[in-house]
Design a protein around this ligand. Structure first.
Ligand code: ADP
Length: 307
C-alpha cells in the first residue's frame, strides 16, 4: 500500500521561536491518522505546510510520493483542507457558497451542480442547501466548510480540529462522514486535542507536544508500548478508596478510582482482599486497558487538559 504522507525532519520557527523541531511521521494511504496534541503543539503549522500554505525552514514533505517543494500544484489538486477558522459568505446560501469554492477549485457547470448536491448529502445538509449560512449553527457552518473541501473529490482530506466548539449532532455527522470517506479509500489526517476522538476514529496517530513527536504508530501499538495498565474500583457509598500497600496513590475517575500499575493482577487481588477485610461494598473492580490518556500522561507528565 502506498504512503499518503511522508514528513521528514520538518522544522519551522516563527520569529526565531521554534514551532516544529524536526518532526517526522508517515501516513498510510486509506488510513485515518490522528495528529494529537495540546493547543500550541504545532498541529496547524504541520497541516499548513502540508497544504503548501506555509514554507518550512527545513525538512521534506511528500504527498502520494510527490515532493511538496516541486509538485505543489499537483498535490493541491489531490488534497482537501479544512482550516480551523470558518470562511463562508454569511448572506449566501450553502449551495451558493459551495458554488464559489467549487469554481475556485476549477470545478464548473453541471459537474459542479452534481458535486454540490453530493457533498451536501455527505455532510448531512442536503435539506438546507438553499438557506442562508447566517441562519446556521456553528457546527452546520463547519460542515459547509468541510463540504467545500470535498468538492474536487480529494484523495487526502486534512482536517484541523474540526469539532472544536460545535454541537454534538454536527460532531456525529462529521464522524459518520469520515467513516464513509474511509470506505471510499480517502486518507484522512485529523488533528485534535480530544483523545477520545482519536480513539473513536483513527487507526494510527502521532502524539505531538512542543513541536516534537512524542510517539507514533498504530493506535493499538502505541497503547501497548506506552500505556500502563490500570485497575478501576468503584464502591457503594464510600468516599475514599482503601489504601493498598506497595502501590501508588489511586486517582479519582468517573465514580471511582484508577490505580495505574504494571502488576494489575496483584493490585486487583490486594484491593479485593482489603475491601473484603473492611467489609466495603464493591460495585465494580476490574483491570482496564491502557488509554491514550495514560499514554499522554506517561510521555509528557501532564494530562492533555492541563496544558
Ligand atoms: P496547534 O495547532 O497545535 O495549536 P500551532 O501550529 O498553531 O499549534 O502553533 C505552534 C506554535 O507556533 C505556538 O506556540 C503558536 O503560538 C506559534 N504560532 C503559530 N502561528 C504563528 C504565527 N503566525 N506567528 C507567530 N507564532 C505562531
Amino acid at each position: 500500500m502506498q504512503t499518503a504522507i511522508t514528513i521528514e525532519s520538518l522544522a519551522k520557527s516563527y520569529a526565531g521561536k521554534p514551532a516544529l523541531k524536526a518532526i517526522g511521521f508517515e501516513v498510510r494511504e486509506g488510513s485515518c491518522f490522528g495528529l494529537l496534541g495540546p493547543n500550541g503543539a504545532g498541529k496547524s503549522t504541520t497541516m499548513k505546510i502540508l497544504c503548501g500554505l506555509l514554507d518550512p525552514d527545513h525538512g521534506r514533505v511528500a504527498v502520494f510520493g510527490k515532493d511538496a517543494s516541486s509538485s505543489g500544484e499537483e498535490i493541491r489538486r489531490q488534497v482537501g483542507y479544512v482550516p480551523q477558522s470558518i470562511t463562508l459568505y454569511e448572506k449566501l446560501s450553502a449551495a451558493d457558497n459551495l458554488k464559489f469554492f467549487g469554481e475556485m477549485y476549477g470545478v464548473r457547470g453541471p459537474v459542479l451542480k452534481e458535486r454540490i448536491a453530493d457533498v451536501l448529502e455527505q455532510v448531512g445538509l442536503a435539506d438546507r442547501a438553499k438557506d442562508a449560512v447566517d441562519s446556521f449553527s456553528g457546527g452546520m457552518k463547519r460542515r459547509v466548510n468541510i463540504a467545500a473541501a470535498l468538492l474536487h473529490k480529494p484523495r487526502l482530506l486534512i482536517m484541523d480540529e474540526p469539532t472544536v466548539g460545535i454541537d454534538p449532532q454536527s460532531r456525529n455527522h462529521i464522524f459518520e462522514m469520515i467513516r464513509s470517506l474511509q470506505h471510499e479509500g480517502v486518507t484522512v489526517l485529523y488533528s485534535t486535542h480530544y483523545m477520545e476522538e482519536v480513539e473513536a476514529l483513527c487507526d494510527s496517530l502521532a502524539i505531538i507536544d512542543h513541536g516534537e513527536v512524542m510517539a507514533q504508530g498504530e493506535l493499538s501499538e502505541v497503547l501497548d508500548r506506552f500505556g500502563t495498565q490500570a485497575v478501576y474500583l468503584e464502591l457503594d457509598g464510600q468516599q475514599e478508596p482503601p489504601e493498598i500497600a506497595g502501590f501508588g496513590k489511586p486517582v479519582s475517575k468517573d465514580r471511582g478510582w484508577i490505580l495505574e500499575t504494571s502488576s494489575p493482577l496483584e493490585a486487583i487481588a490486594s484491593w479485593a482482599a482489603t475491601c473484603q477485610a473492611q467489609a466495603l461494598r464493591v460495585k465494580q473492580l476490574e483491570i482496564v486497558r491502557p488509554s491514550l490518556e495514560t499514554v499522554f500522561l506517561s510521555l509528557t507528565g501532564t494530562t492533555l487538559r492541563d496544558v
